[in-house]
Ligand binder design. Structure first.
Ligand code: GDP
Length: 335
């Protein structure tokens, strides 16, 4: 068991904006050691009153679109305005391949040396849901430590975008001009989630193409159903490499915040995100307990075999296992 401090020591450190303590607390939050669970929850409970004050921005786009370059440019634009920012990532590849597309420490080198910025790579080795839960908690710690803007980065793959959308206030999609929608993995579902699209690499010979893409995507977005936020999604262009367009993107985000604060959506959206999280936490906790249960474990393999060979109905096997689980719980209660 690694050496740990008391929950209060972590809480005080975080509230004082101590980055070392923040990192150590994140290690506790991400730890899978049983003994750390209680400590993690005490830390989160302790900092909870100081959370929620940051603006949470989700950023997605296919590998190569320029996410790291953009976050470095945008992040430094924000720190130049005096803002403290934290960069987090949800990387679905880290689980499958063991390696990661995002979160590599050598990326965003300038931002990493900026005293107003804090960069934390994606946690690894868990299910995507587990990584998302960690990221959500890390975001709370960063808010308590005084970071005012949280950038949550993900790759345009699978479910990770939905997870990031579910924990952020504003969702930005980076795209390229002329690369083709299929190439960029753009599904209609993603277009419906975005609050803004930024066509990146609008520089050199690409600039004209990018301007064309802005009007193309703008009309595509207009055809889609209007979002519940009341904000009309924007399409902009930028050059992360040349650090152009950062101000316009920030202004757009500020406009969004102003509008959704005045029409009540901002708060309502956070509340419904919290509710969703409550229900997914219930599902996750029940599922974990179920699969860790000895009575379930002892029958699971043989029932799996019967189901896979077609000798038992999946629904009956499930009922049987759930009965085993519930009975073992009631016998525990009696003892
Ligand atoms: P990521 O995989 O989405 O994180 O993309 P990177 O930030 O690693 O960028 C991929 C490549 O595109 C790198 O070679 C960058 O230098 C380049 N790149 C990123 N942004 C721009 C840009 O605005 N203009 C140009 N010309 N190149 C860019």
């Amino acid at each position: 068991m690694p050496k740990r401090l008391t929950a209060d020591a972590y809480i005080d450190g975080i509230l004082n904006g101590d980055r070392v303590m923040l990192s150590r607390a994140i290690t506790v939050i991400e730890s899978r050691l049983r003994g750390d669970k209680k400590l993690a929850s005490a830390i989160l409970q302790g900092i909870l009153p100081k959370t929620g004050n940051a603006l949470r921005i989700g950023i997605t786009g296919v590998p190569g679109v320029g996410k790291s370059t953009f976050i470095e440019a945008f992040g430094q634009y924000l720190t130049s305005l005096g803002k403290h920012i934290a960069v987090l990532a949800i990387d679905p590849s880290s689980r499958i391949s063991g390696g990661s597309i995002l979160g590599d420490k050598t990326r965003m080198e300038n931002l990493a040396h900026d005293s107003r910025a804090y960069i934390r790579p994606s946690s690894t080795g868990l299910s995507l849901g587990g990584v998302a839960r960690n990221t959500r908690n890390v975001m709370l710690l960063c808010e308590a430590a005084g970071y005012e803007v949280i950038l949550v980065e993900t790759v345009g793959v699978g479910q990770s975008e939905t997870l990031v959308k579910g924990m952020t206030d504003f969702f930005l999609l980076l795209m390229l001009a002329g690369a083709g929608d299929e190439l960029q993995g753009i599904k209609k579902g993603i277009m419906e989630m975005v609050d803004a699209i930024a066509i990146n690499k609008a520089d050199g010979v690409n600039e004209l193409l990018a301007n064309q893409a802005v009007s193309d995507y703008q009309s595509a977005l207009h055809l889609m159903s209007h979002s519940t936020s009341g904000f009309t999604a924007r399409v902009l262009s930028c050059s992360a490499l040349e650090r152009r367009g950062m101000d316009t993107i920030w202004e757009t985000i500020e406009e969004y915040v102003k509008l959704t604060n005045s029409n009540g959506f901002f708060v309502k959206n956070r509340q419904s995100q919290n509710m969703d999280q409550l229900h997914s936490s219930i599902q996750q906790a029940l599922q974990d307990r179920f699969y860790e249960n000895n009575a379930v474990k002892s029958r699971l393999l043989s029932l799996e075999k019967m189901v896979s060979e077609g000798n038992e109905l999946p629904v009956n096997a499930a009922e049987h296992l759930i009965d085993l689980y519930l009975n073992s719980q009631t016998s525990l209660d009696k003892s």
